[in-house]
Design a protein around this ligand. Structure first.
Ligand SMILES: Cc1cc2nc3c(=O)[nH]c(=O)nc-3n(C[C@H](O)[C@H](O)[C@H](O)COP(=O)(O)OP(=O)(O)OC[C@H]3O[C@@H](n4cnc5c(N)ncnc54)[C@H](O)[C@@H]3O)c2cc1C
Length: 388
């Protein structure tokens, strides 16, 4: 495969995003408004004001509504991830980024005007409602287990069910709800908040970067107009596929940026901190940990770029994104773990973002497909292709 072609506009954009995140957003990392369920709405608003002033709101989507290529997006999103607050500040964060991508690809002009425009402008946040409570044996690793129903009633759809782990539902203005009709899975766009969609509770989870946290939701006789269905009844999983591979990859991009920064912090610690008569980095055990980080950061960067190239070629990239998501999530987690270790007690304290990056990466090994599910689907592909 040829070397990635990056436009001067993308390179310039990434350079500006990096400077903005490092100088204007990283200082907020110790702001008391960074809570266990993500940065507060007030903090998000404040940071987005700065991004808007700097001309960096939603930097991966161009003024004409077109996206930079996946390879260019990789560069820009890695820079936005240099602080756990960066993606929210410049509007490259999950789940909005994936939802904007999906709406941009398959939304009608009316749906784009109503639901996509406020998202791209950073005036609204969104939530994607697919997973259901494990206690009820609903959709999880296996989305075909979906129990939420969509039934026609006259000219409307009526949706009932419960959802779990819905990132950002608290505070979101736009929802993409998945439910099953008699034809199969469907996707609906809904205005939030909505009296038929109740937040039962926001879960206390290991991670803390995403505004609104992750909520358990009940949906009780939610009425949706037919024009707010995305595509056709029964085609929901087809549309989920369009979102899936790019959204997996953009998580890899953002968390690669966060790990790069955690590594920089660990290197600085190891160069300054002395033990047994010399800087930590001069002890081979520590130096090798950091050298391995450098190798793994480059390796994961190349894998992200490879998968982005596959998507840019117009392929769905299902297997490639499974390989990349699995390898990048597992490897970035190891990098974050080494950063914690090199920094001793400071590594597990909240004095730096290193401990947060470690926690975030632990969760990333589960969402957008747990590692084992991706490996299982790759093994199925191997069996299908076996010609012996
Ligand atoms: C931080 C976070 C944010 C999330 N945000 C959202 C969101 O915004 N919207 C949304 O809809 N969902 C969201 N999710 C849910 C996420 O997509 C699910 O957690 C994920 O799909 C796994 O489903 P589950 O939790 O029900 O685990 P289960 O399905 O119960 O699986 C548990 C474990 O079983 C193993 N396993 C499952 N299948 C296989 C297999 N075939 N082979 C081998 N092992 C297997 C895996 O190790 C897996 O981790 C989020 C989750 C987290 C943790």
């Amino acid at each position: 495969m040829s070397k990635p072609e990056l436009s001067p506009a993308a390179i310039e954009c990434a350079t500006r995003v990096e400077a903005f995140v490092r100088t204007k957003i990283a200082p907020y990392e110790h702001d008391p408004r960074c809570g266990a369920h993500g940065p507060s709405e007030e903090l998000v608003h404040e940071m987005r004001g700065l991004a808007r002033e700097a001309g960096l709101m939603t930097p991966h989507i161009r003024d004409d509504g077109g996206h930079f290529s996946h390879q260019e997006t990789a560069l820009i999103l890695r820079k936005s991830g240099l602080s756990p607050l960066g993606p929210v500040a410049v509007n490259t964060a999950a789940p909005d980024e994936g939802n904007m991508y999906l709406l941009g690809k398959v939304g009608s002009p009316e749906l784009k005007e109503k639901f996509l425009k406020p998202l791209v402008e950073g005036r609204a946040r969104s939530a994607f409602f697919m997973t259901e409570p494990a206690s009820e044996n609903g959709a999880g690793s296996d989305p075909s287990m979906m129990r939420t129903t969509a039934q026609r009633d006259g000219n409307q759809w009526v949706i009932n069910g419960r959802k779990a782990f819905i990132t950002g539902a608290e505070g979101a203005k736009v929802g993409i709800v998945m439910a099953k009709s008699e034809d199969g899975a469907c996707m609906f766009l809904v205005d939030l908040p909505n009296p038929a969609i109740k937040i039962e509770r926001v879960l206390d989870t290991i991670d803390s970067s995403m505004p609104g946290g992750h909520a358990v939701i009940s949906i009780d006789n939610l009425r949706v107009a037919p024009e707010h269905m995305l595509g056709e009844s029964g085609e929901g999983f087809k549309y989920a596929q369009i979102r899936l591979a790019p959204a997996r990859l953009t998580h890899c991009m953002r968390w690669h940026g966060a790990c790069t920064r955690a590594h920089e912090i660990a290197v600085a610690y190891a160069c300054k901190r002395q033990a047994f008569g010399k800087p930590l980095i001069d002890h081979e055990g520590v130096g090798f940990l950091l050298a391995q980080n450098l190798i793994d950061l480059k390796h994961t960067e190349l894998m992200i770029d490879w998968c982005a190239q596959v998507l840019d070629s117009g392929e769905l990239g299902t297997a490639e994104s499974s390989m990349t998501k699995t390898h990048v999530a597992e490897t970035l987690f190891q990098i974050a773990d080494r950063c914690v270790q090199v920094m001793g007690g400071t590594g597990v304290s909240q004095d730096t973002i290193v401990e947060q990056v470690f926690r975030e990466l632990r969760a990333f090994r589960i969402y957008d497909g747990p590692t084992e599910v991706h490996k299982w689907s790759l093994a199925k592909k191997l069996k299908r292709e076996f010609k012996g």
